[in-house]
Design a binder for this molecule. Structure first.
Ligand SMILES: [Zn+2]
Length: 352
């Protein structure tokens, strides 16, 4: 494709999003609703969203925040998830499915990332009833794929997870739909590309655009710190290749994760990049850099709903070739957040 001045695609969805709660939720939900028709909402609140009842209450808070900040009638649907624990009963999965509002269950290995203390300690042992029910319901298990063994190097935790957890899980539940969330490595991309059975992966904009040098350029750069952490250039290239390959197994999931500026710029800074404001601008830049703008629509708008068994959106989103300056900070309750690549300019802008 040469140098188009605009690009119209089916309205996209975000298959991995953190919206938080309360004032933080009100600060960020409008950003996502401007770009995406639907988003899979992560359940790692404090306390985590472990029941259908909690998920439906959280959904109501999201809709109320949207109505308050963007206005009624905005076309955005939150797709809720449950947080898998060692004690999630099969009946909870059945309630989730029956609700028509809960679309997936998230696996956090205990201690893997923000608010994951309640996560799973013994997946194949303690979670057997829930996994059996998920497989039967055809509901995807969304996997944060990193081992938490402190003896494993932080840059190797995804690759080791494939051998230690993903392969045994998928051998035990071959019909279970699994989304390997925010893959960051060549090993992750190749595993998803080649594995048998119902598996897919989401890829974030930061893992397509940056390698780990970004975290250390001229000093420690906390706004480039997320989990799983940015990896070597060879891994970034493998992720770009996967996302732009046209394979229906790879789709968009920003993992946009707002943290107050002071908690990022901190002695023990939080993990997460805020990309909800400019997600499609970031992805369009990454796809264009790879000479693959024609593959953006499949990745952003088709492959996700197809894997989840949901209809594709009917609306459209237009990107225009105009410089988009990423603001230095955005309001966030009574503090602020720093979006990814703050202060830089991107060549594409979403037309609103
Ligand atoms: Zn996440």
């Amino acid at each position: 494709m040469s140098h188009p001045v605009q690009l119209t695609i089916t309205r996209p969805d975000d298959w991995h999003l953190h919206l938080r709660d309360g004032a933080a939720l009100e600060a960020v939900v409008g950003d996502t609703a401007r770009q995406f028709a639907r988003a899979i909402i992560m359940p790692n609140l404090k306390p985590p969203v472990t029941t259908t009842e909690q998920a439906l209450a959280y959904r109501e808070r999201i809709v109320a925040a949207l109505n308050k900040t963007v206005g009624e009638g905005v076309d955005f649907t939150p797709l809720m998830t449950l947080y898998l624990t060692d004690n999630t009963p099969a009946a909870e999965i059945e309630r989730a499915k029956a609700s028509g509002q809960v679309f997936a269950v998230k696996l956090y290995p205990a201690g893997a990332t923000t608010n994951s203390d309640a996560g799973v300690t013994d997946l194949l042992g303690k979670c057997a009833p829930a996994l059996t029910a998920l497989e039967k319901a055809g509901m995807p298990l969304l996997v944060h794929g990193e081992v938490t063994d402190p003896a494993i190097d932080v840059f190797d935790r995804e690759a080791i997870f494939i051998e230690r957890v993903m392969q045994p899980l998928r051998r035990a539940y071959p019909g279970l739909k699994v989304v390997f969330e925010h893959i960051t490595t060549k090993e992750g991309a190749e595993y998803v590309r080649d594995a048998e059975g119902p598996i897919a992966a989401t890829i974030t904009p930061q893992h397509m655009l940056y390698n780990r040098n970004a975290i250390f350029q001229g000093g420690v750069r906390p706004h480039w710190y997320c989990l799983p952490i940015l990896k070597r250039e060879v891994h970034r290239q493998a992720l770009v290749q996967a996302a732009t390959s046209g394979s229906p197994r790879f789709f968009l999931g920003t993992d946009s994760a707002p943290h107050a500026k002071g908690l990022k710029e901190h002695a023990c800074g939080c993990a997460g990049c805020y990309t909800a404001l400019h997600a499609m601008e970031l992805y369009a830049t990454a796809f264009e850099n790879a000479g693959a703008l024609d593959k953006l629509e499949g990745f952003a708008s088709h492959h996700g709903p197809d894997f989840y068994g949901l209809p594709r959106n009917t609306g459209t989103l237009m990107l225009v070739r105009e410089p988009f300056s990423i603001p230095d900070e955005l309001p966030y309750g009574n503090t602020s957040i720093v979006p990814l690549a703050a202060g830089e300019a991107l060549p594409w802008r979403v037309q609103v």
